[in-house]
Design a protein around this ligand. Structure first.
Ligand code: DMJ
Length: 594
């Protein structure tokens, strides 16, 4: 964003002879101080200088912990450009290091003989500086939390001014876009406001929900999207606030979505008219997407638990049971489409952890956690799928041996990875936290590094939608980005995984990575009049080419995960008490008795 011109200068006032008494007396006081100083012995002067220097050093060393002490009580605005000079220098150092690749890379390169000794020495030589002048001392966690709140407020300002009550903000044209006509961004953002403690904004939004939101509308909604964003958002807001307004709205929507399951196979249609109570597949096919029909379970199961109406859970459990038994998987990996008439997979032989399959794997694990780790079929499918990933999709890139997840098409491997796959490190880490094998955590760490490199190796520091990894010996860089894949939609998956990895490892590098990503969102996607925009080209820092759309998940997920990443409070949505749906809406893990 180009900030309005600021007055970054020191004002010098030259005072003439006839200035008033105040100035004269100040000058007199200065002279008398100087005379006193001159009268001191050399030892006395040195002692004073030493004490002042010591005090300054102590001040710098304790700075982060002092600000930490005031956490929650102060609201300090921070602008990256206003960081002290040494911090800006450090930022430059870190950028250069990122361009070179992940830590440990230099050793690996050296072993392979790709890098000269002098190059390595140069890198090693920088280490003491980076250690001495800690990045963390430059920006404390309080600043980072406040920076996320600022980002939210800025996004909300645009939404409020130009798109209030509409689905999505179009920040460049200062207008809005409608998808379902249900205030999608507002509902998706409700629990984020609650978590970020943005009370005023939350109350305004709540008033809109209570006075304006109606599901009695002749509109077609996508079952999956409306479930994860709206139903999930209402349920989690109900849990966080205890306000039955949100539960009532959730019940109303849940009931209206049920016609989607009236299909010959009981595999739901993609679209429902929530006013008319009719449902249908897309116009061009009778297929549904596998990720869509298997990623509505957390929400419908929770709705049954809250309402004691078992129909919601029965409908989505039946889908899982059917998919569990289906032919056409490969080592636990599922195809991308399923037919609503036959109930069989279609487009066989194509496997991805990205678009159209991603959250199937995520919800296997999360349903198992939600239900108190009793539904063993879910766990078995999850574990088997991970073995399938390791066997068929996991490879290393060249030259830097980044671990990545590719795709399989009729037995042919493609080194293509969607940004969407970056949910996986977080999910793997969550599983390991809940008792699954420790090697899941090791894989999570490797993939986390890869996802971070998908940002760090781009000129804007923001990831493209899709990358292709190089696997040939002698490749110059690890990542290729095709022209059509250079967009960034403000997606959450990488910061989501950073949140999980930080929670479980407490390795602060994950926070630093998240902080860099937030800085780059601010730099390349922030629109000065309010809101953030998706961009077309992450490789062009001069003109990233705004797409004029702020997706609701930027507020529902991206900023929420960033805030949780920087928060030191493990009880702020403990991962032993809550499970996040695929749109970052926390739902309670059921008490063991159930
Ligand atoms: C969100 O709606 C959800 O996270 C979904 O699982 C995937 N796509 C977007 C965010 O990228």
């Amino acid at each position: 964003m180009h900030p309005p011109s600021r007055k970054d200068f020191v004002s010098l006032t030259l005072t003439g002879q006839g200035s008033g008494n105040y100035n004269n007396s100040k000058q007199w006081r200065r002279q008398s101080c100087w005379r006193k100083w001159k009268r001191l012995s050399r030892l006395q002067r040195n002692l004073i200088l030493f004490t002042v220097a010591l005090m300054l050093l102590c001040g710098i060393a304790t700075y982060p912990s002092v600000t930490e002490h005031f956490r929650g009580k102060v609201s300090r605005k921070i602008e990256f450009s206003s960081l002290p000079l040494p911090c800006l220098f450090l930022q430059k150092q870190k950028r250069a290091a990122h361009k070179r690749g992940p830590p440990g890379l230099q050793n690996r390169l050296q072993k392979k003989g790709n890098v000269s000794d002098t190059q390595v020495e140069k890198v090693e030589g920088e280490k003491p500086l980076v250690n001495l002048l800690s990045w963390r001392a430059c920006v404390s966690e309080v600043d980072r939390l406040e920076a996320v709140r600022d980002a939210f407020r800025h996004a909300w300002k645009g939404y409020k001014e130009f798109a209030w009550g509409k689905d999505e903000l179009r920040p460049m044209s200062k207008s809005y876009g409608e998808w379902f006509g249900l205030g999608l961004t507002l509902i998706d953002a409700l629990d984020t406001m609650w978590i970020l403690n943005l009370k005023k904004e939350f109350e305004e939004a709540k008033t809109w929900v209570s006075t304006e939101l109606s599901f009695n509308k002749n509109v077609d909604v996508n079952l999956f999207e409306s479930t994860i964003r709206i139903l999930g958002g209402l349920l989690s807001t109900y849990h966080l606030t205890g306000d039955t307004l949100f539960l009532d709205k959730a019940k109303d929507l849940g009931r209206r979505l049920m016609p989607a399951f009236n299909t010959p196979s009981k595999i739901p249609y993609s679209d429902v008219n929530i006013g008319k109570g009719t449902a249908h597949p897309p116009r061009w096919t009778s297929d549904s997407t596998v990720a869509e029909v298997t990623s509505i379970q957390l929400e419908f199961r929770e709705l049954s638990r809250l309402t004691q109406d078992t129909r919601y859970q029965a409908a989505v459990d039946e889908v899982m049971q059917k998919v569990h038994k289906l032919e056409g998987k490969q080592d636990g990996l599922v195809p991308m489409f399923i037919n609503t008439n036959s109930g069989q997979f279609t487009h066989l032989g194509m496997f991805t952890l990205g678009a159209r399959a991603d959250s199937y794997y995520e919800y296997l694990l999360k349903q198992w956690i939600q239900g108190g780790k009793k539904e063993t079929a879910l766990l078995e499918d999850y574990l088997q799928a991970l073995e399938g990933v390791k066997k068929n999709l996991l490879k290393k890139s060249s030259p830097n041996r980044l671990t990545f997840v590719g795709e399989l098409s009729h037995g042919r491997f493609s080194p293509k990875m969607d940004h969407l796959v970056c949910f996986l490190p977080g999910t793997l880490a969550l599983g390991a936290h809940h008792g699954l094998p420790a090697d899941h955590m090791e894989l999570a760490k490797q993939l986390m590094e890869t996802c971070y490199q998908m940002y760090a190796q781009m000129e804007t520091g923001l990831s493209p939608e899709i990358v292709h990894f190089n696997m040939h010996e002698g490749s110059i860089g690890d990542v290729d980005v095709k022209l059509a894949d250079r967009h960034n939609l403000l997606r959450p998956e990488t910061v989501e995984s950073l949140f999980y990895l930080y929670r479980f490892t407490k390795d602060r590098k994950y926070r630093d990575w998240g902080w860099e990503i937030l800085q780059n969102f601010n730099k390349y996607t922030k629109v000065s009049t309010g809101g953030y925009t998706s961009i077309n080209n992450v490789r062009d820092p001069e003109y990233p080419s705004p797409r004029d759309k702020m997706e609701s998940f930027f507020l529902g997920e991206t900023l929420k995960y960033l805030y949780l990443l920087f928060s030191d409070d493990p009880e702020l949505l403990s991962l032993d008490k809550y499970v996040f749906n695929t749109e970052a809406h926390p739902l309670p893990i059921w008490p063991t008795a159930q």
